[in-house]
Design a binder for this molecule. Structure first.
Ligand code: UDP
Length: 434
């Protein structure tokens, strides 16, 4: 027997809540302080599949340092997995978002074996365990006598899940003390589901990806990637994934180009290590673009990091997020926060961010996406007005201090404390109280 490999800890650095005081309201900052007091020193661990790429990583890098600054003792650990495991978890992820799939007996075994291995590398010595998404969901089965409160945080669109694969993960989900979803439609209809809460994720307005960047600095940065900064640019920032529909974005761009021949397109997408399918889809996107010199397909391999994503969003005439399924879509909040006109699929959590016609454009096809982009290019001033309303919507609802407040309220509730007047959106009471 070899010794179990301990789950790797992610270094999240430091952040100070005080820095957010000018962005969040005084009332919210007071709520956070009140809620944090009884939780001083409580030990919290976040478990996830990867520390790089995708929304969960994005959120944790801000939420965790702020939870620490609020006085809790918080860490983040990532599970181990090889390609065979991540192939299975990607299948589970896709199927939970509605894809047609079955898991073979061997795939189920791979999932369970890796889960067991990961459980052996986890020391269950916390007050709260937060498990993100399906990849580590099974961990809980290995800690039946745990003293911690376990919460499953779902980041994906569970509104039309593949029933067979939902049935595979449900027994684990049902062991948790609580589950948190982005939207009411995502809460599965299962009798023995734990208490289910609904709140959206959030973006960090002070992180390099979202901090204020001047138009000149943004132009300077995108220029280095070969973009002609005098010509209009459309951008989608997304992993290369069928749900994000990069091919549909290329279709839309081509239709815009009929009217605006000078338009350019940037598809910016990072490669997450738990996403083996990503490479395949990257190559498909590349060949679909067919060598068009005005289409720029970039990734972290071209050194597109947070600042560069920021610059692409700031510099774009319109930002697209043409998803066909989307748990929430942080990229939409990111672009709205920069007051950019946003054209996005009418799916999942995107509809909580964009009120069609008021704060952005919701579309159901490449044709509609193209029409919206043409409208934006024809009348940028009107588009900007919409975008500014979108920014205010993000300020009120989708910035990290609000997310921190919701977690602190849940922890207090789980300990039977007062929640300082914060009403969490309890979508479903457990049938049998834990
Ligand atoms: N992202 C990035 N670089 C990329 C692609 C994505 O930094 O090349 C970030 C993006 O800015 C956002 C997150 O990854 O913060 C993606 O979150 P989202 O909710 O939009 O989608 P998910 O990947 O979780 O499905």
């Amino acid at each position: 027997m070899h010794r179990p490999l301990m789950l790797q800890r992610v270094n999240v650095g430091h952040k100070s809540l005080a820095d957010y005081a000018t962005i969040a309201t005084r009332g919210l900052m007071d709520e956070i302080r009140r809620l944090a007091e009884p939780l001083a020193g409580k030990r919290v661990v976040h478990l996830s599949a990867t520390a790089f790429g995708g929304g969960v990583a994005e959120i944790n890098y801000t939420l965790i340092p702020l939870m620490n600054d609020a006085g809790l003792d918080v860490e983040w650990r990532v599970i181990h997995g090889r390609e065979e495991f991540f192939d299975v978890t990607k299948t589970i992820h896709n199927a939970l978002q509605g894809a047609d799939a079955v898991l073979t007996a061997k795939q189920r075994r791979v999932y369970e074996e890796f889960t067991e291995l990961n459980a052996a590398g986890f020391v269950d010595d916390y007050d709260f365990v937060i498990v993100h998404d399906p990849q580590p969901v099974g961990m809980i089965a290995h800690f039946p006598g745990s003293r911690a409160r376990w919460t499953w945080r779902c980041h994906i669109d569970l509104s039309t899940p593949n029933r067979g694969i939902l049935a595979f993960v449900l027994p684990w989900i049902c062991r948790y003390d609580a589950a948190v979803f982005h939207m009411h439609q995502y809460v599965p209809a299962a009798d023995d589901l734990p208490a289910a809460f609904v709140w959206p994720p959030a973006i960090d307005p002070l992180a390099p990806k979202n901090m204020a960047l001047s138009a000149e600095d943004a132009a300077y940065i995108v220029d280095q990637f070969g973009i002609d900064i005098r010509r209009p640019l459309l951008t989608q920032v997304s992993r290369f994934d069928p749900w994000k529909d990069p091919l549909g974005v290329i279709d839309a761009y081509r239709r815009v180009k009929d009217e605006f021949p000078e338009v350019q397109l940037a598809l910016v997408g990072s490669m997450a290590h738990d996403d083996p399918e990503g490479w395949d889809y990257y190559n498909r996107t590349l060949s679909y673009a067919g060598g068009d010199p005005d289409v720029f397909i970039l990734s972290n391999l071209n050194n597109v990091g947070a600042i560069e994503v920021n610059a692409f969003q700031v510099h774009s005439a319109a930002v697209l997020q043409k998803s066909v399924r989307e748990g929430f879509g942080l990229t939409v909040a990111e672009a709205l926060w920069k007051a950019r006109p946003v054209v996005a699929g009418r799916v999942g959590g995107i509809v909580t961010q964009i009120d069609d016609g008021a704060t952005g454009w919701l579309v159901d096809s490449a044709d509609e996406a193209a029409a919206a982009c043409r409208e934006i290019l024809r009348d940028p001033a009107a588009a900007r007005e919409r975008a500014l309303r979108g920014k205010e919507h993000v300020r009120r609802n989708f910035l990290t201090p609000r997310l921190l407040r919701d977690w602190l309220a849940l922890f207090n509730r789980q300990l039977g404390n007062e929640t300082a007047g914060v009403d969490l959106d309890l979508a479903r009471q457990p049938v049998v109280p834990p």
